[in-house]
Design a protein around this ligand. Structure first.
Ligand SMILES: O=C(O)C(=O)C[C@]1(C(=O)O)C=C[C@@H](O)C=C1
Length: 358
């Protein structure tokens, strides 16, 4: 057995040499692409190309490599490629170890720079001002629905959505105290709401305190007597707060959708499997919403989401967020948008980007 083990390990050693050589050859190609992009002043991160690369390698995979492992490996390879093309900075809702941080790492890998921001509004501002190249914000959750803080910021921002990601969210109660001694639970409003029933059952007398992020709640719970936080388990490890209870979200498969914001929209070619996000306001007349949706329906453009928010300009005046399958530059989408613009006082294109796997 010892001899056989040594033989197979020698085989692995030889293969590793080859893998490293091939990786470096691939990275040299990325460096060349970087030169070309810098010369032409075009985008370094190209979501639609990454989606294409991931599709190609997935279809070449005959196993035993698992699809998720292949995807994670390629995430890191492309992250290394990006960092050789140009140092990129991604702003996320900090401090470290929030769910938004995890989503950012899953999208951009570990070779780019990350910048924690105190609030969701700060993420928009950092990208708008060019202090970060991209920003990541949560937009909706399968248990609690829309993240209002994020949606409202889309009204004013010139930024475009360049990518999306679905991430399963598991909540952990972190505290230095046993359950019986917990008087306050700190977390982001969305996380508190996703654990509402568990909190009623196990901590009915605790005060629930809404703070700017889950990991910020953990920083408070690290210092305050009688305090706990709802956050990712990793945040407990990061800030030295022990686990008091795990899997406390009310629904299994609790998933959040994150979007990535950039100053430049994704390319006109698209990935072939894209989604377009829009913000629309309507005239106050009966049937206005129906008429606004007809241009998509007639062209068989699938409406995957509609969400209303108060316009904040007048009471009972609303704006609508629409997600439609297809790319902004598709002829059918262009025709639908032209028609929509004739019917609505405001149509704002928020971005077109590859549809993420759920
Ligand atoms: O094809 C490009 O535009 C590249 O920069 C290369 C590459 C890759 O490593 O495959 C890296 C970053 C981009 O986001 C997309 C793809």
């Amino acid at each position: 057995m010892k001899k056989q083990l040594a033989q197979v390990r020698a085989q692995i050693d030889a293969l590793d040499q080859k893998v490293v050589r091939i990786l470096n050859t691939r990275l040299k190609c990325a460096q060349r692409i970087g030169e070309l992009k810098r010369g032409a002043k075009t985008r370094i991160y190209v979501a639609e190309r990454e989606a294409d690369v991931l599709r190609r390698v997935a279809s070449a995979n005959t196993g035993p490599l698992k699809p998720a492992a292949l995807q994670a490996i390629y995430r890191e390879i492309m992250s290394a490629a990006i960092s050789l093309e140009k140092p990129l900075c991604v702003a996320y809702l900090g401090p470290e170890a929030t769910n938004t941080h995890a989503a950012a790492l899953r999208k951009f890998g570990s070779s780019v720079d990350y910048r924690p921001m105190a609030t969701i509004a700060d993420i928009f501002t950092a990208v708008e001002k060019g202090e970060a190249d991209y920003g990541v914000v949560p937009v909706e959750n399968s248990t609690e629905g829309s993240v209002r803080d994020s949606l409202d910021l889309f009204v004013e921002t010139p930024l475009k959505i360049v990518a999306e990601l679905h991430q399963e969210i598991e909540h952990t109660l972190l505290s230095r105290e046993p359950l019986a001694k917990i008087k306050k639970v700190y977390s982001k409003d969305q996380a508190l709401a996703q654990c509402r029933r568990w909190l009623q059952r196990h901590l009915p007398h605790a005060q629930l305190v809404d703070v700017d992020s889950t990991a910020y709640g953990v920083q408070i719970a690290a210092k305050e007597k009688g305090a706990a936080a709802i956050a990712p388990r990793l945040a407990g490890e990061r800030y030295g707060v022990p686990v008091a209870a795990t899997h406390i979200q009310d629904l299994k498969n609790n998933t959040s959708r994150f979007v990535f914001l950039g100053r430049e929209a994704s390319g006109s070619a698209g990935s072939g499997h894209d989604k377009t996000s829009l913000l629309v306001s309507l005239h106050h007349e009966s049937g206005a919403l129906l008429r606004a949706l007809q241009p998509f329906n007639r062209r068989k453009l699938n409406l995957t989401r509609i969400e209303s928010r108060p316009s904040k300009l007048k009471p009972w005046d609303y704006i609508f967020f629409l997600d439609v399958t297809g790319h902004y530059d598709d002829p059918a989408m262009q025709a639908a948008l032209k028609e929509l613009s004739r019917k609505c006082p405001l149509v704002k294109w928020l971005g077109s980007y590859p549809v993420a796997k759920r």
